[in-house]
Write a protein that binds this ligand. Structure first.
Ligand code: UD1
Length: 369
């Protein structure tokens, strides 16, 4: 019998790709998502692409009763549900504390009650903030200096897992994502456009929309071409890293404690290099203007991915061109992301025990657990 997994935030950008890959790998998958930023449509498409169903619970991770039902029979949790907009977190920090920390505390308590003691946690390179030597690849022992409430909540989440591993002998793995880019090769699952503030979606939108132009934030950094350097990782590789982490947790009967891994390629790319890749993928030059530095940006944030390779045998395989090409396929085929979505009749898909809402728009109706 294959392991049963709970994926929180399974309808989000990374979550949907992950649910897809877990279903393909033969796992039984339960999803909890409140559809505040994730989309039911993403899961409809995952189910259609894989020919398999996840069991879907619509609701909040701070709802202990919902979690206790979702956790029944679960062997491990992949916890991705969180608010993740750096800028927004500066404006509404308390919302981030409530969801990312309060919600996670509830999840951990519900896991404890349900006897589930294995967890893969979606953390972020945002925990590092600015490092003393910005040119150096960042390893996991670098000091944590989050510079926004979002990064702070991710660092605190890791600390909670540290204590759960210590006090309750849990096995936990925190994955510090660098800059996820790209989409499923089908072009059917990808990053919703709503609020996508990151470089590649913005650059591609600037190509697609007549009135949009990309601003290049900062051309005077101490980098080879003056623009910021980042470690972009294909969402398909990022999802694979979760499967590697999960495999390690499920393979070990005793507690592994809490381990932390960077998930990046270790290869820096400048904003100008990303724009050149966008031009190669689309055949169109990205309309852009040079602009002042964006407050809070660092010159360079690149992972040292050695630990992930050494301890979990994981290596990212897909390069910048593959990332941008797949992002373009997604963007061109879904110019408004998964929405706006017109209300429509339920899909004729068997929906498992928990089901998706009847329309792709989040509603309060429908057969949901
Ligand atoms: C940051 C966070 C990351 C978070 C992401 C969400 C850190 C280290 N990383 O990523 O965890 O998930 O925000 O927003 O805190 N750029 C432009 N024009 C644009 C957009 C971006 O020039 O319109 C440049 C930025 O200045 C930067 C690079 O592109 O040099 C990447 O920016 P972005 O995609 O927003 O990601 P980060 O800021 O690295």
């Amino acid at each position: 019998m294959s392991a049963k997994l709970l994926v929180t935030g399974g309808a989000g950008y990374i979550g949907a790709q992950l649910v897809h890959d877990l279903l393909v790998a033969g796992y039984q998958v339960v999803v909890v998502d409140d559809f505040s930023t994730g989309h039911p449509e993403a899961l409809y498409r995952v189910h259609a692409l894989t020919g398999r169903q996840s069991e879907v619970f619509r609701g909040d991770i701070s709802d202990g009763r919902l979690l206790s039902r979702a956790l029944a029979g679960v062997d491990a949790v992949l916890h991705l549900a969180a608010y993740k907009m750096v800028g927004e977190s500066m404006v509404e920090p308390e919302r981030y504390f409530r969801n990312n920390l309060g919600g996670m505390a509830q999840l951990l308590e519900s896991m404890h009650v349900a006897g589930v003691s294995r967890i893969v946690y979606s953390s972020s390179a945002a925990v590092y903030g600015s490092q003393a030597d910005p040119q150096r690849p960042i390893d996991e022992d670098a000091p944590l200096r989050p510079e926004n409430p979002y990064g702070f909540t991710k660092a605190q989440g890791e600390q909670m897992l540290e204590w759960m591993a210590w006090c309750r002998q849990w096995s936990a793995i925190s994955l510090r994502y660098f800059n996820p880019v790209g989409a499923h090769p089908s072009g059917r699952i990808g990053q919703p456009q709503d609020g996508a503030a990151s470089l590649v979606p913005r650059a591609l939108q600037a190509i697609l929309k007549e009135d949009a132009r990309l601003q290049v934030f900062g051309t005077d950094y101490a980098t080879p071409d003056g623009t910021g350097l980042r470690d972009y990782i294909h969402v398909v590789d990022l999802s694979r890293a979760h499967l590697a982490a999960l495999g390690a947790l499920l393979d070990t009967p005793v507690s592994r404690g809490h381990q932390i891994f960077n998930v990046g390629t270790g290869r820096p790319h400048s904003v100008r290099e990303v724009l050149a890749a966008c031009q190669r993928a689309t055949g169109i030059r990205v309309p852009c203007d040079e602009a002042p530095r964006r407050p809070g940006d660092v010159a360079c944030a690149v992972a040292d991915p050695t630990r992930l390779r050494r301890e979990l045998g994981f290596e990212a395989t897909l390069g910048l061109d593959a990332m941008v090409t797949s992002a373009w396929e997604w963007c061109r085929g879904n110019p408004t992301g998964y929405g706006p979505i017109e209300p429509r009749a339920p899909r004729p898909l068997p929906l498992g025990r928990g089901s998706l809402p009847p329309s792709a728009a989040p509603t309060t109706q429908g057969r949901i657990k």
